[in-house]
Ligand binder design. Structure first.
Ligand code: ZN
Length: 279
């Protein structure tokens, strides 16, 4: 068992879903985080067969949203597909303001209302929803939920079936990070942990994420918070980067695994356990 999961977006420019599953399996990884649009590209039957052939599980399914009327009609079908893939959780992507809108208040009310409706659907279908707060600079066009505090508040108001994903890129700056990770842990709602890094300078908010260790985030410290809060799940590598997308996917994955092994405690233990097994 490995404690690493790759998000397909990390290599999607040069590896379709079938190649991505193959590359993951080659590295002894048995769980993946996947995208609905990438399933469509290779065909659902092919994607399901490849998962089965590799004996792979799905952690995250990306994604439900943006919450615009044209999309919302498809949400139920998307949740059903996530269930067919056995996804542990499905990401919510609220989107930002509507054309001509000013300020966030109404947009947040709309999103919260919609999440409530999606949660009823998800409970019926039997999948968990995940709120991943995004960096506040993305509030206008990507997500109106921009802190773990508001994500926790919303989960608390909505009850079971919904949790949070902590992505270091979006949350590393927050002085309430540790308190809110602990709060989520106590409620049993920590569903995922995404790693990458914040580069200085960051040239593009969406496509210039760093490889772990190349930026300024104190990754071991945030991992420590997650573990103290009781999170036992995998570390999910999610790097949206034009620089890394241009590299060979196999090489990128090997570098990312090596960086994680150097940075995160549970992977050190994991390696130690494997070494013992080999003896
Ligand atoms: Zn993420």
């Amino acid at each position: 068992m490995t404690a690493i999961v790759f998000n397909h977006a990390t290599v999607r420019e040069r590896a379709d879903m079938l190649s991505f599953l193959h590359l993951s399996a080659e590295r002894g990884i048995d769980t993946v985080s996947i995208w609905g649009d990438e399933i469509t590209k290779v065909g659902e039957a092919n994607a399901l067969a490849a998962l089965r052939d590799h004996g792979m599980k799905v952690s995250g399914y990306n994604r439900i949203g943006p919450f615009v009327p044209e999309y919302l009609g498809r949400a139920e079908a998307e949740l059903e597909r996530a269930a067919r893939f056995g996804a542990d959780h499905v990401f919510l992507f609220t989107g930002g303001l509507t054309e001509g809108e000013r300020g966030l208040t109404a947009a947040r009310w709309r999103a919260e209302d919609q999440i409530g409706r999606l949660l009823e659907m998800a409970r019926r279908i039997g999948v968990k929803l995940a709120i991943e707060p995004l960096h506040p600079m993305l509030a206008g066009d990507r997500s109106v939920i921009t802190s773990l505090t508001s994500a926790n508040d919303l989960c608390e108001a909505l009850g079971p079936g919904i949790g949070v994903v902590v992505d270091v890129y979006h949350l590393w700056w927050d002085e309430r990070l540790e308190a809110e990770i602990m709060r989520a842990g106590r409620a049993g709602r920590l569903l995922g942990f995404h790693v990458n890094d914040w580069l200085l300078p960051t040239r593009h908010l969406l496509t210039d994420r760093g490889m772990m260790g190349d930026g300024i985030i104190d990754l071991p410290s945030i991992e420590g918070m997650m573990r103290r809060a009781g999170f036992r799940g995998a570390i999910e590598i999610e790097i949206f980067s034009t620089d890394w997308w241009a590299r060979d996917p196999a090489e990128l994955m090997d570098v990312a695994i090596a960086r994680c092994q150097g940075l995160f405690s549970d992977l050190v233990y994991e390696r130690a356990a494997q070494a013992v097994q080999l003896l």
